[in-house]
Design a protein around this ligand. Structure first.
Ligand SMILES: [Zn+2]
Length: 130
């Protein structure tokens, strides 16, 4: 389950940061998830809840911000966003074929250039008293 291992990775990252700052609890996590990251955000939220149990991130609010997918068109040179959600395709073929039509010239000769990332944008913590 891709979502679960991603959630575990995110929690490892944020708990390490939180510990560095002597935080006692992580209250909120803002995560940016690219449209082409092949992650299901509902499943990711669920996986996060489970993986966070017993860590500083337990019961933290997970805010997921979607990042638009971007393509480069090899025919007309268009670079920009496409709406990945518009295409009713299996997420897992995204990397293998050029399924995204250029919004400018309608060519399928496109390459994914952005929106595959997943990163932590911000966390909110509760600080312990020293
Ligand atoms: Zn084009």
């Amino acid at each position: 389950m891709h979502e679960y291992s991603t959630a575990v990775g995110v929690i490892e990252t944020i708990t390490a940061v939180a510990k560095e700052h002597n935080a006692t609890r992580i209250k909120k996590v803002e995560l940016v998830v690219g449209d082409f990251s092949m992650l299901n955000t509902e499943q990711l939220k669920f996986a996060f809840e489970i993986a966070a149990e017993g860590t500083l991130a337990e019961k933290a609010d997970l805010i997921i911000e979607a990042q638009k997918g971007e393509i480069d068109c090899k025919d007309c040179g268009y670079k920009g966003s496409v709406d990945a959600k518009k295409k009713d395709v299996d997420h897992f073929v995204v990397d293998l074929v050029n399924i995204f039509e250029c919004p400018k010239c309608k060519s399928n000769n496109t390459k994914i250039s952005g929106g595959r990332d997943i990163y932590v944008k911000n966390i909110e913590v509760e600080l312990g008293t020293k």
